[in-house]
Design a protein around this ligand. Structure first.
Ligand code: GRF
Length: 206
């Protein structure tokens, strides 16, 4: 079979469970996302997502960050592995590392992240706990382009999720996660479809 010329190659970076990776695999499987996952890379050997990838027949490797002396060295190693597999677009899916200039410069406006809040509210770790503790009535999901600013890049898609009076961090996280699994593949497809540009910190249609 001749490969589909518009079928683009994703590299997915993970650190753990990999449920958003699974959502991307499933969306490709049922035709909602026209892409191929070329490689899954984890910075942790014990990431359950590595097994999910292998079960789907996707190459999955571990690059333990401690094996490189600096963050930039680690980022350069990631770039080498991604380039070696002709990756077009990098999807962070629960990748618990700050990404720096070597990776961002190698994939300009081509790194996406999914975050469990309505950014710019509650960036960083434990976004769901931050939402509960702040007492907000709605939170949600943001998929954005990755820049040097933590959780600060141009927003691609946002979805609102209610925070209910009796929510715990766990119940809110589970409700948000369901929406992450819908929003992430949609945002990836939007970026692959093109017809957008970055204007300041806004993603706008062309
Ligand atoms: C998700 O909540 C994602 O938004 C955040 O980390 C979590 C990763 O979960 N960045 P999973 O590994 O995709 O299941």
């Amino acid at each position: 079979m001749t490969p589909d010329p518009i079928n683009r190659r994703l590299g997915v970076l993970i650190s753990g469970r990999g449920s958003n990776l699974q959502a991307l695999i499933d969306a490709i499987g049922d035709g909602r996302l026209n892409a191929t996952i070329a490689v899954v890379i984890s910075n942790r050997e014990d990431a359950a997502g590595l097994e999910r990838a292998r079960a789907a027949g996707i190459e999955a490797i571990c690059l333990p960050h401690r094996a490189w002396p600096t963050r930039d060295d680690y980022d350069r190693a990631l770039v080498r592995e991604l380039r070696a597999r002709d990756v077009d677009l990098v999807c962070l899916a629960g990748f618990m590392r700050l990404v720096g200039a070597p990776l961002i410069d190698a994939f300009p406006n081509a790194i996406l992240n999914v975050h469990p809040s309505l950014l710019p509210a509650f960036p960083g770790l434990d976004a769901q706990r931050q939402a509960i503790e702040h007492g907000v009535k709605v939170s949600g999901v943001t998929v954005h382009l990755v820049t040097a600013e933590l959780d600060g890049g141009p927003i691609i898609v946002q979805r609102v999720v209610p925070v209910l009076p009796n929510d715990t961090v766990e119940s809110l996280a589970a409700r948000i996660l369901e929406e992450e699994h819908r929003a992430y593949p949609e945002a990836v497809q939007m970026i692959l479809d093109g017809g957008w540009r970055v204007d300041g910190r806004r993603l706008v249609k062309v």
